[in-house]
Write a protein that binds this ligand. Sequence first.
Ligand code: V47
Length: 354
Amino acid sequence: MQDIIKKIENRERVTKEEALRLYNLELIELGELASTIREEKFGKKSYFNINRHINPTNICKDTCKFCAYSATRKNPNPYTMSVEEIVAIAKGAWEKGAKEVHIVSAHNPEVGLDWYLQSFSEVKKALPEIHVKALTAAEIHFLATEYNKSYEEIIELMIAHGVDSMPGGGAEIFAEDVRDKICKGKVSSKQWLEIHKIWHSRGRKSNATMLFGHIESREDRIDHMARLRELQDETDGFNTFIPLVYQRENNYLKVENFLTAKEILKTYAIARIFLDNIPHIKAYWATSTINLALLAQEFGCDDLDGTIQKESIQSAAGAASANGMALDEFVGLIQDSGFIPVERDSLYNELKVY
Ligand code: V47
């Protein structure tokens, strides 16, 4: 282990095998290694944004086992918003200070490509300064397949309709055997990476998630991060890595053992060490709980997502994000935990240091 620690202290890149061995390191020691890297980059600053998640439809062609949101899974309330409703939500969010709308839907074959695209262009028309973060690679793959278009064509349409950046959803876990068990039929790992590569080639930024704490192994997590690190070496287009803690309610994925807080914190710390080329590691409080997200600041995480306002996908499976969090409470909690809250825009320009 000492050889790996030396490498990390010298800021040398660790291999997949070494990253895996880091799980055997004592938690606090691992946290300190990750924390030193975080502090070197950002000091005590913890980033967040004032954002609004909009999930315009839950009718989905796909059948991911972990999903509690889709109306074709266990959610008895199918819905689809009109473009006007989406714009009205965005306007309301803007009035409450949101600078970003994060628009992610299910893969709804009934509404047509124009419904997806118009929701972005109409939001942009009404609110030219708002940042539109929209369409996961899984949605892009669905739209390309459904409407017989190439990924490039969908991406050009997104840009033409005002999408500024791409969220990191749909990555789940790249290891094909696990992916087959939890979300067979949806965008493949190779396709997910290809779509982000095309997006980056247009000079655009995106995020990358990893759904963990279900049936994947530690090896699968490291493999997932390694595939992201490899693409990032090529494109430098990922802003943030977001490990999403699996939420267990109202779905069809039967999981015997849930993650301990220790395992979650170790995974955050290893992500900070291993992903030496992705600037931000996000402890997404909605799935980790706010208490663990605050602690994660000591384990390499420098971003806590945002106030959210409302979120429907993960809260359907038990996450605490249904109604977001008040700004003053969020800021107060970061300050009380010894860090400096920094409101950022979607591309990490600093807007306000508290
Ligand atoms: O890809 C679905 C996940 C994701 C469950 O880019 C679940 O800034 C946990 O990607 N337990 C969508 N997670 C959300 C997402 C996201 C969230 C916050 C910030 C950003 C960003 C992106 O939600 C899906 C899927 O992995 N999800 N079901 C569940 N039971």
